[in-house]
Ligand binder design. Structure first.
Ligand code: CTP
Length: 398
């Protein structure tokens, strides 16, 4: 499966760098072309000669080769690669990647790469769990990078816990699974809404909600990786997406989201309404900041357009419309009503009664309810895996 794939292996300076030798051997054995970038510190853990011999390519460490003055172009490297695997990925390198601190070739190449990036973290258990590190890893994941989880076991420090870099066999299997992903949504156009909307009150205030956008972005990533041409209409979030198959349209208010969706819906095959659209917006937008008064302030709100319902009204027979329902009570009953009201093909139910489901989490627990009334509950999973389940269900509609 890795036959003729161009892979950059980035080796940063941790004790697990010794595993890079076996990883290189396995990648080459599986048919990949491997170029290796080492951080200066990585050279203290494993010799460049070992990795150069195994990869059959010179090792890249510096921006230029002092022997012949050749420039090692991080831009060309980034464009050459089908995948960039950083193994081991130390806390230091991940911190730099998350914050664009481009002080070595491994990081500049990361910032220039357009291909999928896979990180195999390695560190001591307390470093791994430190909020600074977990925040950096979350940031990197939100940029669409894949984290190949470390394993638990005895660490170099002698402590026992999570932090051991995934075994080279696991990393190769992960890459094979990624590349064998079917292009089963090729030639399909998909519209996805994501995130919250912000309804302006005055130039400094708005009404919003706690949606992080993670579910919608995970759906966009999954569908784009499966060949779909995705238009992602997103409210304000801290999420990023760099997939070339995704066209991102950023909006603020429910009205802007509606206009963007209404414009492109006729040419779509599928629309997934994952945004938490505000149901109400201030009747009046005040163009000067509202000043504090001694008495209470009454804000009059008017209903926004229900985007899902509006698209449901103009939906053609070949088009599929998927909605979400976030419920706190009478979940299934409410969700079923929304299928009919909004003319959906199926609905994805999130219950706020389920721990780990809903807003601002990395996980979700869903139940898919079909138009016919079939109820399919799923386990608690990462939003990436939930996205894959939803996309598989969409495939069944065709
Ligand atoms: N939705 C939408 N436009 C709106 C409100 C909701 O497109 N103005 C979509 C959501 O993206 C979701 C579905 O409709 O796919 C259901 O949203 P939800 O907030 O659960 O339901 P509402 O219809 O807003 O009803 P309620 O808030 O009363 O549960």
């Amino acid at each position: 499966m890795l036959q003729n794939k161009n892979i950059i292996l980035g080796v940063s300076g941790g004790i697990a760098a010794y595993k890079a030798a076996n990883l290189t051997r396995l990648l080459v054995k599986n048919g990949a072309h491997v170029k290796i970038i080492m951080t200066p510190m990585a050279k203290e853990f494993i010799t460049p000669l070992t990795l150069a011999t195994l990869s059959k390519n010179p090792i890249l460490v510096d921006f230029y080769n002092p022997e012949n003055g050749d420039w090692n172009s991080h831009v060309d490297l980034g464009l050459w690669a089908d995948a960039y695997v950083i193994a081991p990925a130390t806390a230091n390198s991940m911190g730099k990647m998350a914050n664009a601190i481009a002080d070595n070739l491994l990081i500049t190449t990361y910032l220039s790469a357009r291909c999928p990036v896979f990180l195999a973290p390695t560190m001591d258990l307390d470093m791994y769990k430190h909020p600074a590190n977990t925040k950096n890893m979350e940031t990197l994941q939100s940029y669409g990078n894949f984290i190949i989880e470390p394993e638990s076991g005895e660490l170099a420090s002698g402590l026992i816990g999570k932090g051991r870099m995934a075994e080279p066999e696991t990393i190769v299997e992960y890459l094979e699974n990624f590349f064998s992903q079917k292009q089963d949504f090729k030639n399909k156009k998909v519209l996805i809404t994501a995130g919250p909307t912000h309804e302006g009150i005055d130039p400094v205030r708005f009404i919003g909600n706690r949606s992080s956008g993670k579910m919608g972005y995970a759906l966009a990533e999954n569908l784009a990786n499966r060949g779909a041409e995705v238009t992602l209409v997103s409210g304000p979030t801290s999420m990023n997406i760099s997939n070339l198959n995704v066209k991102l349209i950023q909006v603020n208010s429910a009205e802007e989201m509606y206009l963007a969706c209404a414009k492109c819906f006729p040419e779509q095959d599928i629309a997934i309404m994952a945004a938490a659209v505000a149901d109400y917006t201030p009747k009046e937008y005040l163009d000067k900041k509202v000043k504090k008064k001694t008495h209470n302030l009454v804000l009059e709100l008017v209903a926004t357009k229900d985007i899902a319902s509006e698209l449901g009204k103009i939906k053609k027979a070949h088009q599929k419309l998927i909605g979400f329902a976030l419920e706190t009570n009478n979940e299934e009953e409410n969700a079923k009503l929304k299928i009919t009201k909004k003319n959906l093909d199926f609905i994805v139910l999130n219950s706020l009664q389920d721990k780990g489901a809903g807003f601002q989490t990395d996980t979700n627990k869903i139940t898919i309810i079909t138009r016919k009334g079939d109820i399919k509950p799923f386990e608690l999973k990462s939003k990436q895996d939930v996205a894959a389940d939803i996309v598989n269900e969409i495939k069944n509609l065709f």
